[in-house]
Design a protein around this ligand. Structure first.
Ligand code: RVK
Ligand code: MG
Ligand code: MG
Length: 319
């Protein structure tokens, strides 16, 4: 595939739009069993051919928009501004996690959300809610490994304080960063990078299994659940299995059943960061909702995030 720095903006767009398409398509099958989905859609191609009406995204995209907005406005994650973005975008009917809803309700009411995030689940949440929204951090800090790790942590903290919830977000951000740099995908280098960054034995073991995935059926053993540990490595593995195809990466994840919107949002973000908008399924991108923060806004936000990245890390290129 053609690959040059001039395509970077396309990759920013591909990442956010890929996240939204994965989330919105996966959202139609959330909590369904794999057998149920496969009975109607035996292949990723069948799944991608099916929608012909507006694709509405869920909390995954809505919170990723908040992260991207906070980064675009301030160039880094500042908790106060991130929380403001989460609250201003908060529409509970988009399907938030149980604990996340309680934290966001408290945030919205001006209460002590940090105490709620700490105590609602003992030790904090290890749900995949921090990982599902972290992709913009992976783009913004794609050149700065230590900052990426710290910024991903900060983006998790308002709602996710458990180490496994935080590390899931950090690894997903790293996967996005790696994908956004890659011209010819090197599977070994990808997993070596992730394993080298891993802090816990739990993720190390999962990523080692992810590195050994050879067929879509092997993804099943990695998990399709709402916990970060049982979904982040699955999405990473699905991308690494079929890096040249957004349809197969996202389709294989949805066909696992379970937390389909989030699996597909995370896989879609990594895949889009690698392939760029030009290699996304244009028909599905075109079906993204036309609401004020729908498909057109996501493209615009990706452009603004790219400008913020250039301002912070590069000399702006001449007009
Ligand atoms: C509905 C025990 C824990 C836990 C802990 C479990 C949206 C709980 C998105 C909790 C994503 C769930 C998803 C999700 C994102 C977490 N002990 N159980 N320490 N920590 N859990 O509520 O933003 O779909 O069962 O913090 O991570 O599409 O309800 O929310 O799929 O994980 O929600 O964790 O959820 P939460 P979240
Ligand atoms: Mg969701
Ligand atoms: Mg989900």
């Amino acid at each position: 595939m053609a690959c040059s720095d001039s395509m970077l903006k396309d990759r920013f767009r591909g990442c956010l739009l890929g996240l939204a398409v994965g989330d919105a398509l996966g959202g139609r099958f959330e909590a369904k069993a794999a057998e149920h989905i496969r009975a109607r859609f035996p292949t990723p191609a069948a799944l991608f051919a099916y929608p012909d009406d507006e694709l509405w995204y869920t909390d995954d995209t809505q919170m990723a928009i908040g992260v991207a907005e906070a980064l675009t406005a301030h160039g880094e994650i500042i908790e106060e501004h991130l929380c403001r973005a989460f609250v201003s975008n908060y529409v509970p009917s988009r399907g938030y996690g149980r604990g996340a809803r309680v934290v966001l309700d408290t945030m919205e009411e001006g209460g002590d959300y940090q105490a709620v995030a700490e105590k609602h689940f003992p030790g904090g949440s290890y749900g995949n809610g921090a990982a599902m929204r972290v992709a913009p951090v992976g783009l913004m800090f794609r050149d700065e490994r230590q900052q990426l790790w710290e910024q991903a942590r900060r983006s998790a903290l308002p709602t996710h304080r458990h180490p496994l919830g935080i590390e899931g977000a950090q690894l997903l951000a790293l996967a996005v960063s790696f994908a956004s740099h890659t011209c010819r995908f090197d599977r070994e280098a990808f997993f070596a990078d992730l394993l080298g960054a891993c802090e816990s034995e739990e993720y190390r073991a999962k990523l080692q299994s992810a590195a050994e995935v050879k067929t879509p059926a092997d993804l099943v053993g990695l998990g399709n659940r709402i916990e970060a540990l049982h979904s982040v490595p699955t999405s990473i593995a699905a991308f690494a299995l079929t890096p040249e195809s957004f349809e197969e990466t996202v389709g294989n994840l949805i066909l696992l059943g379970g937390d389909t919107d989030t699996l597909a949002a995370m896989g879609g973000a990594i895949s889009g960061a690698y392939l760029g908008e030009r290699q996304l399924p244009g028909r599905l991108v075109g079906l993204l909702e036309t609401s004020p923060k729908g498909g057109a806004y996501l493209g615009q936000l990706a452009d603004e995030l790219f400008s913020a990245y250039e301002r912070r890390f590069r000399q702006p290129s001449p007009a």
